[in-house]
Design a protein around this ligand. Structure first.
Ligand SMILES: [Zn+2]
Length: 290
């Protein structure tokens, strides 16, 4: 009986542990490294340019396109508005703090923001009124697209994991990159590919409501599962378990009874045989007398 109890206990413990592990996995609590986790935050990011932009697919606006006659590779992506590029508002993709603002390229400036999730974005080829130490909120206009000497106007956006320190432009760094293919980007080692920024929905939706809904759904699902498991355990203890035990006891009792009956029958049989033997000897004796 105790063996059955132990078995049932083990089954339920295992079920609980497995369910718990599955739930933890569903929550995504497993740590795959700080940088990967930071990249995952992109689902909460918004596009930095609301205006309709040219495609970055297979052209020189994309990440990794050739620059300087193939000497180096494009380290960011370019948001090039289809119309009236100059002065186009640039919005913070997520909240953070301005860590740098300086002259960048061909008559334009760059704004560096350390995002609250630890990543770093360089908004380049712009002009801005913000300065070091200023806080930026997600969706806040932080800059305007400026016009380069060539007459072109775009936002050049670079993204970094934030796992390294030092200047973002590193002309000597040709092959030391942690998160992108090792090629000559001439940037800091923790450079990320920001192409996904282009796939984000337009600025209008920050999707915080959707994120909240997803969280509520997850919590609800987990609570339901826990209640279900608890109910299952209770039901097993008070309904299934006694029934199972009863069936087992009945079976064993039946076996025991039949064994007892068999023994009795055997005993009676032996007794009968003995009697028959006795009678036989009497018969023979009587015959001998004749
Ligand atoms: Zn660019």
């Amino acid at each position: 009986m105790s063996k059955i109890k132990i078995t049932i206990f083990i089954i339920f413990t295992l079920t609980f542990v497995i369910s718990f592990v599955v739930l933890i996995a569903m929550l995504g609590i497993n740590d795959n490294g700080a940088c990967e986790k930071r990249q995952a935050n992109i689902i909460n990011y918004i596009r930095p340019v609301k205006a309709d932009c040219h495609s970055i697919e297979n052209n020189e606006r994309r990440f990794g396109a050739l620059r300087d006659n193939g000497v180096r590779l494009h380290a960011g992506i370019d948001f090039v508005p289809r119309e009236n590029g100059h002065g186009t508002p640039v919005y913070a993709v997520t909240s953070g703090t301005v860590t740098n603002y300086y002259y960048f390229f061909a008559g334009t400036d760059a704004l560096v923001v350390l995002n609250d999730d630890g990543t770093v974005i360089r908004y380049g080829e712009i002009s801005s009124d913000l300065r070091v130490g200023d806080r930026v909120a997600q969706g806040q206009q932080i800059a305007a697209i400026a016009t380069m000497y060539s007459g072109a106007a775009m936002l050049h956006l670079e993204w970094y994991c934030g796992c390294e320190i030092g200047g973002l432009t590193q002309v000597d760094n040709m092959d030391n990159f942690t998160h992108v293919e090792t090629r000559n980007h001439q940037r800091r080692a923790d450079l990320l590919d920001p192409t996904a920024f282009f796939d984000l929905p337009l600025y209008a939706s920050t999707d915080t409501a959707a994120t909240k809904k997803l969280l509520i759904f997850k919590v609800g699902l987990i609570t339901t599962l826990i209640i279900f498991i608890a109910l299952l355990a209770v039901l097993s203890k008070y309904l299934i378990y006694p029934k199972f035990i009863k069936r087992y006891v009945d079976k064993r009792t039946a076996q025991a009874m039949s064994k007892k009956q068999k023994q009795q029958i055997e005993r009676e049989l032996e007794k009968l045989q003995r009697e028959i033997k006795g009678n036989k000897s009497l018969i023979f004796k009587r015959n001998d007398c004749d």
